[in-house]
Design a protein around this ligand. Structure first.
Ligand SMILES: [Zn+2]
Length: 488
């Protein structure tokens, strides 16, 4: 009886798994090949692309390559008024660079990088004059019972990054500016000067700074002493109380526009064509530092070339009369490394209504194996699939069980995971609008954000299988009768 029951059960299980195989889906998934992925990535991750930094020539070249591929496939450029066949959504970005910035003490005037480094993007109306208050090492206790409103707060920060939380507290308590002494000597301070004077300004979608205060100055120990009229050592040991002191400063900021672009290719569906899914990957990376080129083969060359291959598979299907019922927007976005800027711009200026956007599948790094999975490389991390629609998670798992059979690792989907990956790639800009998302990710590795993230380290077999998982999941989402059921 037991035996009979078991074999009947197995028989049913066998039927129910195999009944789901869609031979059309399989046929077109198989057009996603290692050879094609390799061909595209050898362009996208080549030195010629110079690390694809947002706004730089390498990013423009990568955009041109992607648009050319979209055009060759016969995808539609959906952006009205764009003179690149509608494939480019222009993303206007702004970079704030330090302009005329100085601090004046009783002894004289110091310009930016002469004993001080300004960190922020807020221009002052002119020269301002503020009373200095001392807040120890900048801890929460140090700020307690201290009136810092409209004042300059000075801290002696002992850890390299301790000033970050102090900067937040200073803002919350409406201090005008934070003054940070975190160098043990003037020589030590010079290395900070070197780092910041050669660093590029921060890109933003806004022309005007949205900061609520003036930001912060790092001060060399000797400039701080000049300003306070006492030794840092005396302040540290508490031997002497800070004398009443003031700081005069002016902050001038130069804003430059840096045009960039998302690249969009549209495949129209059939009977449900007004609804769409969006498949995204970012094609920008970190650019160059000195002679080092950050090729970003995994981050996110792997996602970019997956999009090209998934698009090609759906186009083949459509040409064979098996096109998707819902439409698909293939979108490679810019500015991810600068703060998810391209996807934020799209979700603020969507080309297709967000109400009609059924799901977003986002790929960022799927060509490598992280240290945790060295012994079992057939895996992928999925993040977010169940957050907005449990049904999406079910579809995702069933699809993988049926076709790709990867080990799905949900570590980063834990709401309490300290890495907060759910908020850290482009899918977030869809999820925040309550659009169901899945994020596909291989985890980080020693070459993450290093010039060594290069093509010869890509596992193309694995990249293909993971890209196929995205394809199969998309296939189900575009062809199902009803759109996804959202969680209550
Ligand atoms: Zn990335």
């Amino acid at each position: 009886m037991k035996k009979l029951f078991l074999s009947a059960f197995l028989f049913i299980a066998f039927i129910s798994v195999h009944a789901q195989v869609d031979v059309d889906a399989q046929k077109f998934a198989n057009t996603i090949t290692e050879a094609d992925l390799t061909k595209h990535l050898s362009v996208i991750a080549s030195d010629a692309m110079q690390g694809r930094e947002t706004g730089e020539v390498g990013q423009k070249m990568a955009a041109a390559y992607i648009a050319e591929q979209f055009k060759m496939l016969g995808l539609v450029g959906p952006v009205k008024g764009d003179d690149n066949n509608g494939f480019y959504q222009k993303v206007p970005l702004y970079v704030s660079e330090p302009g005329n910035i100085y601090v004046t003490t009783q002894k004289g005037t110091h310009k930016n990088f002469d004993g001080l480094v300004y960190f922020g993007s807020t221009e002052t109306p002119g020269e301002v004059n503020k009373e200095i208050v001392f807040a120890g090492t900048g801890s929460a206790q140090d700020f307690e019972n201290l009136d810092v409103k409209d004042k300059a707060v000075l801290i002696l920060s002992e850890s390299t990054w301790g000033w970050r939380s102090a900067a937040r507290t200073a803002k919350e308590k409406n201090a005008s500016i934070l003054l940070v002494v975190n160098s043990s000597s003037d020589a030590d301070f010079e290395s900070l000067v070197e780092r910041y004077s050669s660093s590029k300004g921060r890109l933003s979608l806004e022309r005007e700074s949205s900061d609520s205060n003036d930001g912060l100055f790092f001060l060399s120990p000797s400039l701080a002493e000049e300003m306070l009229g006492m030794k840092i050592e005396e302040l540290k040991t508490g031997k002497k109380k800070i004398k009443p002191a003031k700081i005069s400063y002016k902050i001038g900021i130069n804003v430059r526009e840096v045009p960039s672009e998302n690249v969009l290719g549209y495949l129209e569906g059939s009977d449900l064509k007004d609804e769409l899914i969006v498949i995204t990957a970012h094609y920008d990376h970190l650019g160059k530092k000195g002679d080092d080129i950050y090729n970003g083969a995994d981050d996110d060359g792997s996602g970019t070339v997956s999009i090209l291959e998934i698009a090609q598979a759906f186009v083949d299907a459509k040409n064979a009369g098996k096109g998707p019922r819902r439409s698909i927007l293939f979108m490679t976005v810019t500015g991810e490394e600068k703060g998810l800027l391209g996807s934020k711009y799209y979700s603020d200026h969507p080309i297709f209504p967000l109400e009609n956007t059924v799901a977003n599948l986002n790929i960022d790094m799927i060509g490598r194996v992280d240290p945790k999975h060295e012994d079992n490389p057939n895996y992928v991390y999925l993040v977010g699939a169940d957050r907005i629609s449990k049904q999406l998670n079910d579809i995702s798992e069933k699809t993988n069980d049926t076709y790709t059979k990867l080990t799905i690792d949900y570590t980063y989907n834990d709401e309490n995971h300290p890495e907060r990956i759910y908020y850290r790639s482009d899918h977030w800009n869809f999820a925040k609008h309550n659009i169901p998302v899945i994020f596909y990710f291989n985890g980080t590795h020693a070459d993450y954000h290093q010039p060594t993230d290069t093509i010869e380290k890509i596992n193309f077999g694995l990249l293909r299988t993971r890209a196929q998982l995205v394809f199969y999941t998309a296939w189900t989402l575009v062809n199902m009768d009803h759109r996804l059921i959202l969680n209550d």
